[in-house]
Design a protein around this ligand. Structure first.
Ligand SMILES: [Zn+2]
Length: 196
């Protein structure tokens, strides 16, 4: 019996957000790979069910609908890498956790951000971030998650406008490490135990 239900969301679809630092890198590809790896790792724990917001990478769905997919879940987590703009910025590398205005995602958001910082070896500290728009959530996926009562977090895996960080994210072995470590953080937060 699953007690905890988690909805994972891969940011963007198709080929989206190409890195100006390492042209082979598309943020959408990394997000898709990592969220599948993370699903498999979370499923190594007992009493947890993981769903995804989309069946394939090519299909788009509105941000709000993606958030709403998490109805009945304990967590909505959207996977991303960040960008300063369309140019290379080697001095900017902080992990960023965007959490909802009510503050309930602060603790897990910070834990996940710290996990990314340690894994990727960012120079800058984690930024825990909230943004309000007209009395509600600014970000569509978090607005959707909030509409169905789910704690929502957008996790930015450093910046694909930074060469070192982008190369790190292009390596599937690193993504596998990230999936394992982030699953451990989520398991710790919800008190999940590994399957025998
Ligand atoms: Zn993104």
């Amino acid at each position: 019996m699953a007690n905890i239900k988690i909805c994972l969301d891969a940011g963007h679809y198709g080929k989206y957000n190409r890195s100006p630092a390492v042209p082979e890198y598309y943020e959408s590809d990394m997000n898709w790979k990592l969220h599948l790896m993370l699903k498999a790792r979370i499923e190594e724990y007992e009493g947890v069910e993981v769903i995804l917001t989309r069946e394939n990478q090519e299909t788009d769905k509105t941000l709000f609908d993606r958030g709403c997919t998490s109805e009945g879940c304990d967590l909505f987590l959207s996977i991303h890498s960040n960008a300063v703009d369309d140019f290379v910025h080697e001095d900017v590398d902080y992990p960023k956790s965007i959490v909802q205005l009510d503050g309930r995602g602060d603790k897990l958001g910070l834990m996940l951000g710290e996990c990314v910082k340690e894994l990727m070896g960012t120079k800058q500290d984690v930024l825990l971030f909230k943004r309000e728009h007209q009395g509600g959530e600014y970000y569509g996926v978090l607005r959707g998650a909030a509409a169905v009562g789910t704690m929502g977090i957008i996790l930015e895996h450093s910046f694909h406008t930074n060469t070192k960080m982008t190369k790190w994210l292009l390596d599937d072995n690193n993504l596998a490490k990230a999936a394992k470590a982030e699953a451990e953080v989520i398991a710790k937060y919800f008190g999940l135990k590994k399957k025998a």
